[in-house]
Design a protein around this ligand. Structure first.
Ligand SMILES: Nc1nc2c(c(=O)[nH]1)N[C@H]1C(S)=C(S)[C@@H](COP(=O)(O)O)O[C@H]1N2
Ligand SMILES: [Mo]
Length: 485
């Protein structure tokens, strides 16, 4: 008779193995139950909790969400395994526990994710551990001077670890990006070179084309969409409804543009602002073909269930991007096609976009339903991310961005806002929606001092000083930082 403790350990081991068993075939994609549960939790969270997670916890919130998804999935599978063990006990059968568990895991997972293949490998992995653990316990380790319960526990843990090792190794590459693709487009190479040449060299300052581009998603796992299966449907209040397929889109005239994205939910001096060279098709032809008249606005919908609404005028300046820095759009950034709406907050730059619905009346998008106001133009900002020291000399630097209003100057104070000096700006890159870097070198005052930074837009407008939080309309204010002398 199995003890309660060894039943619990076997069930937990089966749960761990079941998670690994599905990871092996789908990797971290929406068909992976922990990812699906994490997304469901985020989606069902009340607005205030979500806002707290985004603005206060940031990346930690994302991590906690994923950890919760794994815990829920493992717990669910373990509970199903316990059920299997109980059935086995009441039938006095050794075949029933793995068989019942496999069936229960398969059925439940298929129901929750809609994906039968990972559900099947999940069930098989759980059943495997449950069938093998007692064998290992009684067979291989029989010589050891251990109690049968102890042996069974070791067998369960050992087999779960083995299944997990294999499962995670197999799944690690799934749903990945073509990061090894060569960048052979001469125009992209020349723009990337220009960005490299124009980047200021300050220790710790990211170059003008971001090396690590941030991501913000409503779901834990990004969708996986093949180019061949992708199409954009143009719907709503239009003369003609039609679809544009990937091959049609990429056959249209495209351009290579620098464009910066910034998330409305980031902290004032946060790192959710980045720049890339995008290969994109202007939306003008598609809008014209649709026959849009005096409509107010548009709703862009995406394959992950996301949707954002914004004024039609912003759409007219918009583009559909299908390459990023010369490579196919990475999965996390909207593969195969995303919207780019110059100068506007990141949230309307809809990834995995599948539908463009022309509207006659305003409605709320995904974030606006939760109280955010993030569909308009970005706020102006000058960030301070680098502090370089050379003896008494200190160099501070960062990025500055004002959307399509452009930046003409950054001013730096090293005495808490008493006196101001002009910083060096990186040379303007081509395009009207791209950030610049600033840098400022000064002699250390020999004591702790407060450095304050503020930007001026092209027309001379000074960035507002008043501080406000990210929620609901994006952070405002001058970045300031205490620096040791
Ligand atoms: N389909 C879809 N598009 C989306 C999102 C999303 O969750 N789903 N997040 C939006 C938000 S809030 C931002 S800030 C930008 C971020 O783009 P990135 O992840 O490529 O940096 O994508 C936007 N587009
Ligand atoms: Mo965002």
């Amino acid at each position: 008779m199995e003890s309660a403790r060894s039943s619990a350990v076997t069930a937990l081991a089966a749960g761990v193995a079941a998670v690994a068993g599905s990871f092996a075939v789908v990797g971290f994609t929406p068909a992976f139950l922990p990812a699906a549960l994490a997304s469901a939790v985020a989606r069902l969270s009340p607005g205030f909790l979500l806002t707290f997670a985004i603005t206060v916890l940031g990346d930690l919130g994302k991590l906690l969400n994923v950890v919760l998804g794994f815990s829920l999935a493992t717990g669910l599978f373990a509970a199903l395994a316990l059920f299997g063990i109980a059935v086995g006990r009441s039938l006095d059968s050794t075949v029933a526990p793995p068989a019942v568990t496999a069936a229960a895991v398969f059925g439940t997972t298929t129901l929750l994710t809609g994906a039968p293949l990972p559900a099947l490998t999940s069930g098989l992995a759980a059943a495997g551990v449950m069938a093998v653990a007692p064998l290992l316990g009684s067979g291989l380790l029989a010589e050891a001077s251990m109690s049968p319960g102890r042996r069974r526990v070791l067998g369960a843990v050992g087999s779960a670890l083995t299944v997990s090792g294999v499962g995670y190794a197999l799944g690690a590459g799934r749903g990945g990006d073509a990061t090894s693709e060569p960048v052979d487009d001469p125009e992209v190479r020349s723009l990337l070179g220009e960005a490299r040449d124009k980047s200021l060299s300050i220790d710790g300052l990211e170059p003008l084309v971001s090396e690590r581009f941030f991501t913000v998603d409503i779901n834990a796992a990004a969708p996986t969409i093949d180019e061949e299966e992708w199409a954009l449907s143009v719907t709503g209040d239009v003369d003609e409804q039609f679809e544009v397929e990937y091959d049609e889109l990429t056959a249209m005239e495209s351009r290579e543009v620098f464009s910066t994205l910034r998330c409305v939910g980031e902290n004032l001096n946060g790192k959710k602002m980045d720049t890339a060279v995008w290969t994109a098709v202007p939306l003008t032809d598609i809008i014209e073909r649709a026959g849009v008249s005096d409509n107010c606005c548009v709703m862009l919908r995406a394959a992950d269930g996301y949707y954002e609404e914004f004024p039609i005028d912003a759409l007219r300046d918009g583009m559909l991007a299908y390459r990023m820095n010369g490579r196919s759009l990475p999965r996390g950034h909207g593969h195969p096609v995303r919207a780019l709406i110059p100068g506007h907050w990141g949230e309307i730059n809809v990834k995995w976009v599948t539908e463009m619905e022309i509207l006659e009346e305003e409605v709320d998008g995904y974030w606006e339903e939760k109280g955010w106001h993030g569909t308009g133009p970005v706020n102006t900002v000058a960030k301070l991310h680098a502090v370089e020291r050379d003896g008494d000399q200190i160099t501070v630097g960062g990025h500055t961005y004002a959307g399509t209003r452009g930046i003409s100057a950054v001013e730096v104070s090293t005495d808490g806002g008493g006196t101001w000096n002009e910083a060096t700006l990186s040379e303007q890159l081509p395009g009207d929606d791209v950030w610049r870097q600033w840098g400022y070198e000064y002699e250390s005052p020999g004591e702790t001092h407060e450095v304050v930074v503020r930007a001026r837009e092209t027309d001379g407008t000074l960035q507002p000083r008043e501080r406000s939080n990210a929620y609901p309309s994006g952070p405002t204010g001058w970045v300031s930082q205490e620096i040791d002398g």
